[in-house]
Ligand binder design. Structure first.
Ligand code: CA
Length: 143
């Protein structure tokens, strides 16, 4: 039985689901490629309204959130997501890193912050740290 269940189950767990909330199409496409290759399942929202719609329906493992969207404030979406799904982790990505918005994002439960431009490795590393270590686990031993 052990052998059978091992050979018939290619994956022990479903891949973590990520919502990519980013209006820059080129950045989004690159990130979707990298995340897909890393084994994540990615939904992409180009607008805040679509992100909000997806967030209300889906308990994502992680939201990669650009704060500067054309229609809505990214913080508003993070707030709603965390209210509805407290376990959803958030990493803020933005090219306009203002101190105020970063602080607000962390107050809402954001776990990490990526400033554009970032490398593929920085992205994958940040996601792995946020998804596979608890928010309170900030032990510097690993760094
Ligand atoms: Ca943007």
């Amino acid at each position: 039985m052990g052998v059978l269940s091992e050979t018939t189950k290619p994956q022990k767990n479903p891949p973590p689901r990520i919502l990519l909330m980013e209006d820059e199409i080129n950045v989004s496409k690159g990130m979707q490629l990298v995340l897909g290759e890393a084994g994540y399942e990615v939904d992409w929202a180009e607008t805040g309204r679509y992100a909000l719609e997806l967030v209300r329906r889906n308990p994502y493992d992680l939201i990669l959130a650009d704060l500067c969207l054309p229609d809505l404030d990214g913080l508003q979406i993070i707030k709603e997501a965390k209210q509805q799904w407290p376990q959803t982790r958030v990493i803020v990505i933005t090219g306009y890193s203002t101190v105020a918005s970063a602080i607000d994002a962390f107050k809402l439960g954001t776990s990490d912050y990526l400033e554009k431009p970032f490398t593929e490795n920085e992205l994958i590393k940040a996601i792995a740290e946020v998804l596979f270590t608890g928010p309170a686990d900030v032990s510097p031993a690993k760094i």
